[in-house]
Write a protein that binds this ligand. Structure first.
Ligand SMILES: [Zn+2]
Length: 133
């Protein structure tokens, strides 16, 4: 990994305004609008900001929540989790471990029939799917 931290103006030049808002300002894309919400294509989801590989398609599940949902990150050290008390809620924010961009939130104990009972609720615009050959 040879990722170099970027300044705000460098991020603005690299990302679209919508990508910048989600990744660098912790925005949330509209539900059911993201390009990967219902995608079942096999492949690896990478951070759209830096290319860090984050999630695998076989850990993605249909949560019907309006955003792509994964029950586990590809590896625990690919993401950072930290407490987020914005909007008057106590949530756990998920960030890319390499570039510290905002990806989404993780929720637990919701009763989904998955191996972890975790739901990584990730903005489509924060990722890029590299389909398996
Ligand atoms: Zn990243």
């Amino acid at each position: 990994m040879n990722f170099q931290p970027l300044s705000e103006s460098e991020w603005r030049a690299k990302l679209t305004p919508q990508e910048f808002h989600v990744l660098r300002e912790a925005g949330t894309e509209a539900p059911f609008k993201g390009e990967y919400t219902d995608t079942t294509t096999e492949g690896i989801y990478s951070c759209r900001a830096c290319g860090n590989e984050l999630f695998r398609s076989d850990q993605k599940f249909s949560a019907h929540c309006g955003w792509p949902a994964f029950f586990s990150p590809l590896a625990g050290d690919k993401v950072i989790e930290r407490e987020d008390t914005s909007l008057g809620m106590r949530r756990t924010e998920v960030l890319c471990a390499q570039c510290q961009s905002h990806l989404g939130h993780v929720f637990e104990g919701e009763g989904y029939d998955t191996p972890t009972d975790l739901r990584y609720c990730i903005n489509s615009i924060a990722m890029r799917l590299e389909p398996k050959e």
